[in-house]
Design a protein around this ligand. Structure first.
Ligand code: 13P
Length: 287
């Protein structure tokens, strides 16, 4: 059964580790992430962007697929199905469809409007036992056409949003979605420490997990990050393994064109990336 992300993140915050949020794109992705979590006895969050939601034929299809997998694969570790960077309407649609967690990304609104909309969703989610992530200070890079500047959040604004009763808070600390440019300045730990000081026990979320050096990830966890989002890195691993299979001509040998064979190396590559992240984040055996 899908669970809210609240308990797993509160435990992670108290235990000084982070739970991985891995974006999914299709059946192979969801299966790879779920099996890796189970094999490593780790809690996990499956992230679905609005674009990926459309691609997978809507939120209800995804809920049906993931619930079916939990049963068929005998998944017993805590799993949250979470909307990533949702609009207000998207969050409502996911709640209706059976997601166990949603993010409302109001970071592009003036803070008053972000507060007003987040507040409405706090009430709705609380009633249904669904966890809610809010965002202050937009995350840079391009994700589903949404471009941010990689800003650093205002710690006072973070406190205002945290105090509304959300379950986790994403604060921009110079992080960016996608591959980091060579001239990236790195995470702003001063901002993170200031946000942490103002928000106390609130689990903090680090977006743009792909390509952040391991020492920065560890320091971010030390400073209160309890959820880390990874998307691009699984896509790159999947693409590289699929490319190697085709370049080796394996699709032309025997029944190598069968999608169950063709997609297998990419599937294994996603599993390896997810496991590596779970080790780094410290979530193994924390289910
Ligand atoms: P990356 O694609 O950089 O890993 O970011 C993922 C993310 O933050 C999803 O919200």
């Amino acid at each position: 059964m899908l669970v809210s992300a609240k308990e797993m993140l509160d435990k992670a915050k108290a235990g000084h580790y982070a739970v991985g949020h891995f974006n999914i794109n299709n059946l192979e992705w969801a299966k790879a992430v779920l099996l890796t979590a189970q094999e490593n006895n780790s809690p996990v969050i499956l992230g679905v962007s609005e674009g990926a939601g459309k691609y997978m034929c809507g939120y209800k299809t995804i809920v049906g697929m993931v619930n079916g997998m939990l049963e068929n694969l005998k998944i017993t570790v805590p799993v949250a199905l979470h909307l990533d960077h949702g609009s207000y309407e998207g969050a409502l649609a996911c709640i209706e469809a059976g997601f166990s967690s949603v993010m409302f990304d109001g970071s592009h609104y003036p803070i008053e409007e972000n507060i007003a909309k987040t507040k409405e969703l706090v009430a709705i989610c609380a009633e249904k036992g669904i966890s809610l992530e809010a965002e202050v200070g937009s995350i840079g890079g391009v994700e589903d056409g949404v471009v941010g500047k990689g800003e650093c959040a205002d710690p006072d604004e973070c406190k205002m949003i945290a105090d509304l009763g959300v379950d986790m808070l994403a604060a921009g600390i110079g992080n960016i979605h996608g591959v980091y440019p060579d001239n990236w300045a790195g995470l702003s730990f001063d901002t993170l420490a200031a946000v942490q000081a103002k928000t106390g026990k609130m689990p903090l979320v680090l977006h743009g997990g792909t390509g952040i050096p391991t020492d920065m990830i560890k320091k971010a966890i030390d400073l209160g990050v309890s959820k880390i989002n990874v998307n691009t890195e699984c896509q790159l691993s999947f693409a590289a393994a699929t490319r190697a299979y085709i370049e080796a001509g394996k699709d032309k040998s025997g029944k190598g064109f069968d999608p169950r064979k063709l997609l297998a190396p990419g599937f294994e590559a996603i599993k390896a990336t997810v496991k590596e992240k779970m080790e780094l984040f410290g979530s193994i055996n924390k289910a």
